[in-house]
Design a protein around this ligand. Structure first.
Ligand SMILES: Cc1cc2nc3c(=O)[nH]c(=O)nc-3n(C[C@H](O)[C@H](O)[C@H](O)COP(=O)(O)OP(=O)(O)OC[C@H]3O[C@@H](n4cnc5c(N)ncnc54)[C@H](O)[C@@H]3O)c2cc1C
Length: 461
């Protein structure tokens, strides 16, 4: 059967489904196709949402277990029902699957399930046999985990993030290759459940995109929680028998690590398998990313690409911003995505969140800066909550006082960073932020104090 539409969106992740809704709001006849039956893409089905659900449940457990009694909460007999935890995770996901389906219905977007493959510059065929002709298309097919050639995923014991989100029981000992955001988040989940967790990281720090002071503080905190880190270390060989043995080159020589599961979290790559980009000649770079101009147009000007498929941070909210922008461009508007104010977060305990330049980046750009740091140990709400690990660091331009970066390590940093984003988006100075009233007692007062500290005026330290 053949279907026609103005705008075909391939992929229903946070890039694709948001683009579809915005294009429909702007009066386009939209069809969105996904090879997965459920809407929501990686983010909802095997990424952000399941990982945050498991992180929240295990954090609640871990806090009660380790800090409950001193707070007067009797925790004798506290235990984990792992299969119920996974059932709850699936329930959260399916609620949102239905939610997006409802939004599609409300916006009169046609949803088809099937893998799309180009047959011509205005036509795709689905794995179901249907063909779709379109005026314009948005590619939002996302990304997939990178495997190590000598350690292919079986998703039972050699895990990508997808397998690690759906285990039947926590492993006794989990080796995590790669201490980036996904690695430390999923490592934290299993560490809290009692697994021995050991990270092997090629670089000399964890979560390398973070400001060095936060990366160091996060590693120290996770180490205190019992996780082990081998940095500047490279896995060179693996033997998979009853247990899995890794040969690792470490700064102190060759070492052998054994575990009963391995999570390979060394990054993700754009996903274009089966899409038939070659059939129509859509250009990619050597890493497989689809090349686009500033309007998200591929070399075929009526075919656009967004999200993990193109250059830039692989983040759901970045994909969604691009989704809105591309729909508006198709409708003749002139939107702008401000990449300098896209926040990044690790949902560990403590959480880490940042927007803008790190101190190292300001050095590379030869910017003259001043910084203000305020510890949560001196914040009253953090003390009330027993969540006083971490600090806020604000970087401002030395001459103009404009805020160049906000970096937070601490409980609920993922929520607090929104204030930094708004401040930066509006090109606020640290003084302007410092002179804004913040409710007491709140964690956000630490942001005000860090802003005061930029000019040596912090009250509580
Ligand atoms: C474990 C994990 C945790 C994460 N946590 C966070 C987080 O906390 N915050 C954050 O911002 N980001 C997080 N991310 C990253 C985030 O999930 C991605 O950046 C985001 O999903 C990218 O959105 P997208 O729309 O580009 O693609 P995706 O969400 O990957 O969606 C692409 C969709 O395209 C479909 N598709 C692919 N090819 C075809 C085809 N040929 N035909 C039809 N359909 C096709 C796929 O089935 C998929 O549903 C996480 C990722 C992982 C793996």
């Amino acid at each position: 059967m053949n279907k026609n539409c103005d705008v075909l969106v391939i992929g229903s992740g946070p890039g694709g489904y948001v683009a579809a809704i915005r294009a429909a709001q702007l009066g386009k006849n939209v069809l969105c196709v996904d090879k997965r039956k459920e809407l929501g893409g990686t983010c909802l089905n095997i990424g952000c949402i399941p990982s945050k659900t498991l992180l929240h449940t295990t954090e609640s457990y871990w806090k009660l277990l380790h800090h409950g009694q001193e707070r007067g909460l009797e925790t004798t007999g506290l235990s984990v029902n792992f299969s119920q935890m996974m059932t709850n995770k699936r329930k959260v996901i399916s609620g949102f699957n239905a939610g997006i389906a409802g939004l599609f219905k409300k916006n009169k977007i046609t949803h088809l399930c099937g893998q799309a493959s180009f047959r011509g510059t205005h036509e795709v065929q689905l794995s179901t046999g249907e063909t779709i002709t379109f005026k314009e298309a948005i590619l939002a097919t996302g990304s997939e985990p990178i495997a190590l050639p000598f350690l292919p995923f079986d998703e039972k014991r050699i895990l990508s993030s997808t397998g690690a989100l759906s285990l039947e029981a926590p492993p006794q000992k989990l080796l995590v290759i790669g201490a980036g955001v996904i690695g430390v988040e999923l490592g934290s989940v299993y560490s809290r459940l009692g697994s021995e967790v050991l990270f092997i990281e090629f670089l000399d720090c964890i979560c390398p995109a973070l400001d060095h002071s936060l990366s160091k503080a996060l590693q120290e905190s996770l180490t205190r929680q019992g996780m082990q880190f081998y940095l500047s270390s490279k896995v060179i060989e693996a033997t998979v028998q009853d247990s899995i043995t890794l040969q690792v080159e470490t700064p102190s020589g060759l070492q052998t690590f054994t575990g009963d599961a391995v999570l390979v979290a060394i990054g993700r790559k754009p996903y274009t398998a089966g899409l038939g980009l070659d059939t129509v000649g859509i250009a990619t770079n050597p890493k497989g990313m689809v090349l686009v101009d500033r309007q998200f147009r591929t070399n075929l000007s009526h075919i656009f690409a967004i999200g993990d498929l193109i250059d830039g941070p692989m983040l759901a909210h970045k994909a969604s911003e691009e989704g809105v922008a591309v729909a508006e461009i198709i409708a003749g508007k002139k939107p702008l995505v401000d990449y300098s104010t896209i926040p990044q977060v690790a949902y560990t305990y403590p959480e880490v969140a940042a927007v803008g330049f790190t101190e190292k980046e300001t050095q590379a750009l030869c910017l003259t800066i001043k910084t203000g740091v305020f510890p949560f140990k001196a914040n009253s709400r953090a003390k009330c909550n027993d969540e006083d690990d971490g600090f806020v660091k604000i970087i401002a331009d030395a001459a103009s006082d404009e805020i160049l970066g906000v970096h937070i390590i601490g409980a609920h940093a993922s929520e607090l960073i929104g204030e930094g984003v708004v401040a930066m988006q509006n090109r606020m100075t640290s003084q302007g932020l410092a002179e804004t009233s913040h409710a007491h007692p709140t964690l956000s007062e630490a942001i005000k104090e860090a802003a005061l500290a930029v000019n040596g005026r912090a009250i509580h330290k």
